[in-house]
Design a protein. Sequence first.
Length: 119
Amino acid sequence: VQLQASGGGLVQPGGSLRLSCAASGSIFVLYELGWYRQAPGKQRDLVARISSGGSTNYADSVKGRFIISRDNAENTVYLQMNSLKPEDTAVYYCNARRMHYSTIIADYWGQGTLVTVSS
């Protein structure tokens, strides 16, 4: 699986951005998909995940502001980010993970896209 993330940029506090991550090379529908972010000097943290069946989970810090979705026909996962805050500034990475019960059997990362929230 190859992942190509896009949609990052500079936005003012309170603004919105939509990130996209296009996948190629495998059967997209079988993968769990996620967005992670890494701020300077910090570890990479989960932002949101969506299962192959469409179930979602979010980090507490983004609940009610961000929405993850997937389009299996387009092999794309999205992250709609609303009410952005300066603390959302980070490099955002998309992830595709194939699970067999609780075991990760494949794990792929996109190249990252920078989101900067600043006035």
